[in-house]
Write a protein that binds this ligand. Sequence first.
Ligand SMILES: *Cc1c(COP(=O)(O)O)cnc(C)c1O
Length: 487
Amino acid sequence: MPQSTPAVRRPKHAKRNSNAPEELLRQIPAVDQILRQTAWVQLLERFPHGAVVEVLRSQLTRMRQQARLGKLDREAFGRALEALPESTRLLLEKQFLPSLKKVINATGVILHTNLGRAPLGKAALERIHEVATSYSNLEFDLERNERGRRDVHAARLLTRLLPAEAALVVNNNAAAVWLALNSLAEGGEVIVSRGELVEIGGSFRIPEIMRKSGAVLREVGTTNRTRVSDYARAINKNTRLILRVHRSNFRVVGFTEQPPLQELVRLAHKKKLRVLEDLGSGCLVDLKSSGLSEEPTVEESLKAGVDVVTFSGDKLLGGPQSGIILGRRKLIEPLRANPIYRALRVDKLTLAALEATLLAYLRKDERETLPILKMIFAPANEIRLRSERFVEKAQNALPYNSGISFQIIEGKSVMGGGSTPGESLPTFLISVRAASYSAGNLEKHFRTQLIPILVRVEHNQVLIDLRTVFPTEEDHLLNHLVLLLNS
Ligand SMILES: *Cc1c(COP(=O)(O)O)cnc(C)c1O
């Protein structure tokens, strides 16, 4: 039965020093006694017994430590004891919330690697939902009434979209590169230019992936210049592949040289070798009209004669995390037959989302339906208009003398996520300055909301780039801004 006994017991001997640690510690009721009180009974209805006890015990331990150190006087101790049900509830609620959650990206970094890269389009979500919540023909050939292969679904669309005979999908591009190297060059040599020995995101480094694939790296040329003749000289009877790696996240400028893909292909084919290209981003559309000029497309690579290309599904393609491998059937087959392929293959949810993403390209409505491309192709003027409307609404919602100043300034959005290094898109930024908050405080406040809002901070102002904010998120952003600045 719930009891509403007071949390703090009356000290029995009034003469004792009631602030003495041992006296305070004596006031703590036994755990099972605490749990019989009404507030705790309610908590036990919502959370598992073990979790409630664990959180309660850890809080009591902390209180005991503080009391022993003399950090709590009798009053503070009593208050802490009384606040226990509420503080326990908050801690438990946090424990039972997922820690992976939505954030609002107001930074203007479109493919933010730390923020999950490409957000999926609506169609991808619907496909995931349907395939995830029912049975599917993942590995069943409905026409022949026999066991089928999971990779046919995406491969059918990829080979229609792009000039390649065969396709394979694995967990990410790192897996794709490893699988290609291991299947096509294990025990042999792979020639790579010294200007392309890249590191992506801390752990993907070409020399290390190469070593783990069992292929031997043969570096040629220099950091800034590599010629076809450098590759030609390195070819020997152990050579299996020439590898080209897209410089996804850096640029080499100045006195530079890199042979055109066609020339590398010509050399390789003359010597009966294959060219493997790690394209990184896997762009399927021409980005030039958006203002980004350096990103090669998958089609260009295949048309140049590259035998196998690999790229990420969640970079410029705008789909789910995956690694896509395209090429001649004869070269893709060994990858599929590799026993490790089983460990690298994707699940049905990824395939469902990938199919929906590829269908957008086939229907040619990718710029209207894939969030990544919508953001890239949004004209700066459109962002200026959205920003102006946003600021107007914010000013209307704030008191006249709020001490907040808004300004709309020109700025740059960047691709991020290992693509179009050094390039940017013109945008407009909302600059927010508050008389009573530093920009750092504002930034932290936004970041620690239930739905965290990530902004840029520059020159003691908060900068918001609406390019990467979904229009449906604008009201939420606005409400938070007004709530905070009004408080
Ligand atoms: C991003 C990238 C990778 C790694 O791709 P993931 O999909 O993150 O595994 C490998 N190579 C290049 C050139 C890249 O840009």
